[in-house]
Write a protein that binds this ligand. Sequence first.
Ligand SMILES: [Zn+2]
Length: 493
Amino acid sequence: MSDREDIGDATREEEVTDGAMAAVCAAGHPDEDAAGGERAGPRETAAASETAFSPEPVAPETVASAGGAGGERRAEAAESEDAASTRPAAIALILLGLVILAVTAFSTPWQVLSGGPPDPARDFSAAQLARARAFDAATTLPSYIALALTIIIAGILVATPFSARVLGRLKGPWWVRVVLGTLVITALVELVRWPLGIWVETILRDFGLSTQDWAAWAGDRLKNLGVEAVLLCVMLLALVALARKVRRWWIPAAVGAFALTVVTSFVYPVVFEPLFNDFSSMREGPLRTNLLEMAERDGVPVEDVLVADASRRTTALNAYVSGFGATRRIVVYDTLLQAPQREVELVVAHELGHAKHDDVLYGTLVGALGAGFGAIALFLLIRPLRRRTGIASIADPRSVGVVMGLMTFGSLFMGPAQNVISRHIEARADVHALDLTGDPAMFIAMQKRLAITNISDLSPDAVEYVLYASHPSGPERIAMARAWAKLNGVPEP
Ligand SMILES: [Zn+2]
């Protein structure tokens, strides 16, 4: 699961860090990323995997067309050998799946305070509701087209010989072909998605959410693509190298995927975030003093609060926690500093909730276990796909397209489960903010500001909720604050 939680989403900021290991918070609506399912960040990147048996690629045709009785016997022998070598991997996959279920069952706050039914009309004007509906209507089509394209492209990669044919033209040593193959597939996918990105950016501008010009937009997008490509290349090089050397490569691949996810999440704030934003310490003054005092009172000592220059690309409001241990940090968008001080305190109190419960650390742990699971699943899946794809083994450098397709499907399937867990974690952080500040009226004011400024979806339909909602909706969060007030004997705002 993702260890990033978002407050405000939309916009490229998300895109930039999607799939990576940050933790943000606040209101949200499906952004182009979430919508696009273009979740090929380090997390999936880490979900590497394997190839079955022999390091030497065996062309599927060899198996298929080995005519005659001798050929059949050989095929049978190969089948039973296959079964023998996949059994330990299948058992490991089931066990790891159970571990992941146990960890998520244990670490997810299932019993958070729940509010009454959300009532958007109570807190938002007709004009605000109409604007949210208009934005939702404008972004829905590109979102679903992006999702459909993602599924079609991944389907082509895992179910046809397309990538084997295209990548078969590459020349050079195996590692050169792995790198070039990864870059070719990444570039082809981006080429298809680029017009959709322009479409969504145009909508963001129409609604006043984007502050970028096209050069900055393209620069961001290319930088993001470069980071993804580098991480993918590292992962796929390691994967193919293992498959060429080790028969049961799923074991080191699973361990490696786990480690790569943990390391990426840990260094994310210091290595990747600075590529996209400048960060500065919040300047001295009453706000900073109050925030640090509040953290102290909360038992979550924070040395600094960082401000990101998010206004270079968006008007959206957001804040997040990223990293863990020595790299943990609380970041607020500079756009948020326009809000009244008490509201900023409420946002930071929510982030302190994430810090206090080690949400990023648990998210990273689950993500890393999921990456290991993906590696083993890849080992088991590549063989049934060999006839369709023309790839017999991960040891074949042409396999990178199939691996990328499988990773995309893996992250698509995991998205809704991640969202369910994330919504509970966000609700717990909201309760934490209310407990810490005891101010549900200010909490509601803050939620309204977030929802209105970020043009959040105030009544997401069931499909949007399942696919994209990493946070409860604004009206749900407001209803929860009212329930908190009632429970704590505070006048209901
Ligand atoms: Zn949050």
